[in-house]
Write a new protein. Structure first.
Length: 211
């Protein structure tokens, strides 16, 4: 029985992160429209589709670890002792690590499973089609529950913003044929200073970019 409680507590801790991930992404990153470091860094990420590791990821890990230890450990202990508190606190950063990995892989590698195919379509529709929708990255049920799920058959990706998605586009900048069922490249390559300014303004307003 103790092992069952511990496993369930671990699962709850992981799913608490998934809920927080949704709320954080929606309200602290998009609704603030660039006010504060977290929102600003995230919306800059929307200007281009590439991904790279930065010092902010280290700060995020520290913050997530502190929350797990300072909040979920004592909350879990009050609910059911160490059997609940420890796995609940451990589940939280496990959920976060899963999110960080899957988000990075969305931008860096092609999908290899049905789940990864879904994650990429769900996430890139958020990037290029409806930035105020698809706020959950790891799972989709919070978007379904809160009415922010947008799941088109084809995700339209502006050519000028596809730089960095090497798994999606070939060396000539064209869509790789194996992804034609899920994605469509639209618009033209290249951008001038005016278009770059428009793309950035729309990203910070959480509005989909022009084709």
């Amino acid at each position: 029985m103790t092992a069952v409680v511990a496993v369930l507590s671990l699962a709850v801790g992981i799913n608490l992160w998934f809920l927080f991930e949704y709320l954080l992404h929606r309200f602290a990153m998009h609704y603030l429209h660039g006010k504060g470091m977290m929102s600003r860094e995230h919306l800059e990420h929307h200007v281009q589709a590439g991904w790279s590791f930065s010092y902010t990821h280290i700060l995020s890990w520290l913050g997530v670890g502190l929350v797990g230890g300072a909040i979920w450990l004592p909350v879990g202990y009050l609910i059911g002792g160490w059997t609940v508190g420890i796995p609940l606190a451990i589940g939280w950063p496990i959920g976060y690590a899963f999110y960080e990995y899957e988000h990075a892989m969305c931008h860096l590698q092609p999908p290899r499973t049905r789940y990864q195919r879904w994650v990429r379509k769900h996430h890139f529709q958020h990037h290029f089609g409806s930035p105020m929708d698809n706020q959950g990255v790891s799972v989709g049920w919070w978007d379904v529950l809160f009415g922010t799920n947008d799941a088109p058959d084809i995700v339209r990706v502006p050519r000028r913003m596809a730089a960095g998605l090497d798994w999606l586009i070939d060396e000539d900048g064209e869509l790789r044929p194996e992804f034609a069922d899920d994605y469509e490249l639209v618009g033209s390559y290249g951008t001038d200073e005016r278009q770059a300014g428009i793309d950035r303004a729309k990203a910070f307003a959480s509005i989909a970019p022009d084709a």
